[in-house]
Design a protein around this ligand. Structure first.
Ligand SMILES: [Zn+2]
Length: 239
């Protein structure tokens, strides 16, 4: 019997042209995690499923890896976000980041909620948020994916920080100098990493940062993925 399919709320993580007419989309769906979907004629559709858009979509399983995308109702096109290159680059990085840490065929309601909040805030602000806002998103994604690092204690012995602390992105984050490994970092940068991880995103839109924590958050992402996010090159080009 033909699969009747299902209607789902989805965030668009990426959209790639396929041939002259079609598109392949990566979606994040609370109930299903990351979904690859084929949209026949998608390149000719006026209402675009661009990166960061939230939509109600009809999905139907088919043989092979991709699902078939049917009817689409755009719920939030994030029109303001697309007026600022910086905000758009942030949105692309957030979507790529969440796509890299979300699983296929596994519910991801927390990552969906986090990405939706991130995109709503980017769409609502008048100017580009700081790098600290992006770092906070990176730290929260790592935590939700179960690969968070230690900042307010030593990753090796679990005891509180001492006057000098090392940081090792590959091996759990902060560590006492005497516990071995990593490089010396300012205590203020570790304290800020902890603050960014714990504070809700909506309270960090105007957070100035500047303690040196932002490159460390990016380093943690790189250490987990074993590669740089493609969208980071775009962002670096803007700064
Ligand atoms: Zn220690």
């Amino acid at each position: 019997m033909r699969d009747p399919g299902r209607e789902r709320q989805a965030l668009v993580l990426s959209a790639s042209p396929y041939g002259d007419d079609d598109r392949i989309l990566r979606l994040l769906v609370p109930e299903d995690g990351r979904v690859g979907a084929f949209q026949r004629g998608g390149r000719r559709k006026p209402a675009g499923l661009d990166v960061g858009v939230r939509a109600l979509v009809h999905l139907r399983a088919r043989t092979g890896g991709l699902e078939t995308l049917g009817a689409v109702t755009v719920e939030d096109a994030r029109v303001h976000l697309r007026r600022g290159y910086g905000r758009l680059a942030f949105a692309q990085l957030g979507c790529e980041l969440v796509g890299a840490f979300s699983r296929e065929g596994h519910p991801e309601p927390k990552l969906f909620g986090l990405l939706e909040t991130f995109l709503l805030l980017l769409d609502a602000v008048q100017t580009d948020p700081s790098a600290a806002f992006l770092a906070a998103m990176e730290l929260k994604v790592l935590t939700f994916a179960g690969v968070g690092a230690a900042f307010d204690r030593c990753a090796v012995c679990g005891l509180p920080p001492e006057a000098e602390m090392n940081f090792d992105a590959e091996h759990g984050g902060a560590r006492h100098v005497g516990c071995g490994g990593g490089r010396l970092v300012p205590l203020a940068a570790l304290a800020e990493l902890e603050l960014l991880r714990r504070t809700p995103l909506r309270e960090l839109v105007d957070h100035p940062g500047g303690e040196g924590s932002e490159p460390m958050a990016a380093e943690l992402v790189r250490a987990q993925l074993g590669r740089e996010l493609g969208a980071r090159a775009l962002l670096t080009g803007l700064q």
